[in-house]
Design a protein around this ligand. Structure first.
Ligand code: NAD
Ligand code: DAU
Length: 351
């Protein structure tokens, strides 16, 4: 029986939804949220549950092995759900080493702490590593990523995530550490940091600023509502087979240009603007180096073995997401002030 679950990166986009899901659904668990509060971490994401009796926040950096070991000794977690990471591909192109430090070294520090604290007594213990479909590289016009697809990462971000996945599997093979992995497709939803395509475009549509589309806009991603990812993590953490990986997705592919047009359409309606007004903001800009053409997840295994199905359609999820951003303009204004402005200028200066 799991009692204490340590979630890393719980102040970030996906992590905050996972923390909320666990705090509310499992009052019998103690949920520890461990996060360094980088530019992407924001405790505002959790203000509705921050006073729950089964919730504790610890500010810590997973690259600090000594601090991580101390925290494991103090709280003795039975389960670890590891989401902390540097997550943005464009930032990994400007600063790869930071991605190696957090995504690779940080993951190994957590694996070591779990291994040492559990001392091969693995009854009721579990280490769930959250990964991405980007480790599989790129697809052509057809085909899907399955759990057996070979790893072929192209960006420093995906290379660091692939490396961390290999370490997690190595700890299972070598030390029998009870691990599970999930590789998910692109998430979207409330609290998404506006460096990523969907929230960046929502922010720019509100402010009538250009919508930067890399290259020809025909790059394809497979989108899943963030709360559906949190539910998949809950399922795999509790019922997934030790040592296994599960792909998570919703069979929901969109070319970037079509997605942004759909976003413009829904936002024109919600903002009472003329049909077609926001689409005029679409601007094609310099492509991302090493840009993967297409990602698409085959989520058959998690469906067949664990009965997983996403709860919302893309149109519903997108509508809820836009509504959340329109109702939480203070959140958006806070995260787009300060450092975000200099990031944005540097990233889009040639646009
Ligand atoms: P995010 O960037 O929104 O949040 C990352 C969180 O990790 C932040 O709260 C940040 O403060 C924390 N963090 C970063 N470095 C840290 C460190 N050294 N020590 C402790 N905490 C640190 O990321 P996200 O989009 O929520 O992604 C979460 C996880 O899910 C990542 O592992 C990512 O690779 C994976 N993932 C993301 C997506 C997606 O579409 N966003 C899809 C599949 C998988
Ligand atoms: O596939 C899962 C991955 O999805 C996660 O592992 C990553 O953490 C997450 O950031 C996301 O990566 P992407 O690179 O796919 O997401 P992003 O929102 O940055 O870009 C989505 C697509 O939109 C991609 O083809 C690049 C394009 N794009 C992005 C931005 C920020 C643009 O055309 N213009 C932009 O300004």
């Amino acid at each position: 029986m799991l009692k204490t679950v340590l979630i890393t990166g719980g102040a970030g986009f996906i992590g905050s939804h996972v923390v909320r899901e666990f705090v509310l659904k499992y009052p019998q668990y103690q949920i520890i949220n461990l996060d360094a509060l980088t530019y992407a971490g924001n405790l505002e994401n959790l203000k509705d549950i921050q006073d729950s009796p089964n919730y504790t926040f610890i500010k810590a950096d997973i690259t600090d092995a000594v601090h991580i070991r101390t925290i494991f000794e103090q709280y003795k977690p039975d389960g670890v759900i590891h989401l902390a990471a540097e997550s943005h591909v464009d930032r990994s192109i400007s600063n790869p080493l930071e991605f190696v430090m957090t995504n690779v070294i940080g993951t190994v520090n957590l694996l070591n702490a779990a291994k040492e604290i559990w001392e091969t007594n693995y009854e009721g213990k579990r280490f769930h590593h959250i990964s991405t479909d980007e480790v599989y590289g790129t697809l052509g016009e057809s085909g899907l990523f399955t759990e057996d697809t070979s790893y072929d990462p192209h960006s420093p971000y995906s290379a660091s995530k692939a490396s961390s996945d290999h370490f997690v599997r190595a700890y299972y093979d070598t030390y029998e550490l009870p691990i599970v992995l999930t590789n998910c497709s692109n998430n979207y939803g409330p609290n998404h940091f506006p460096e990523k395509l969907i929230p960046l475009c929502i922010h720019n549509i509100i402010h009538k600023k250009p919508l930067p589309i890399y290259g020809d806009g025909k790059y394809t991603r497979d989108w899943l509502y963030v709360i559906d990812h949190a539910k998949a993590i809950d399922l795999v953490f509790h019922k997934g087979k030790v040592g296994d990986s599960y792909n998570v997705g919703g069979f929901n592919e969109w070319k970037n240009i079509d997605l942004v047009k759909e976003l413009c359409k829904q936002m024109d309606e919600k903002l009472g603007r003329q049909s077609g007004e926001s689409a005029q903001l679409i601007t094609f800009v310099k492509d991302r180096p090493g840009h993967d053409l297409r990602y698409a997840i085959d989520a058959t295994k998690i469906n067949k073995e664990l009965g997983y199905v996403p709860s919302v359609t893309f149109e519903e999820g997108l509508s809820k997401t836009i509504d959340w951003f329109l109702e939480n303009e203070d959140w958006l204004n806070n995260v787009t002030s300060g450092d975000y402005q200099s990031y944005y200028k540097k990233q889009y200066r040639d646009s």
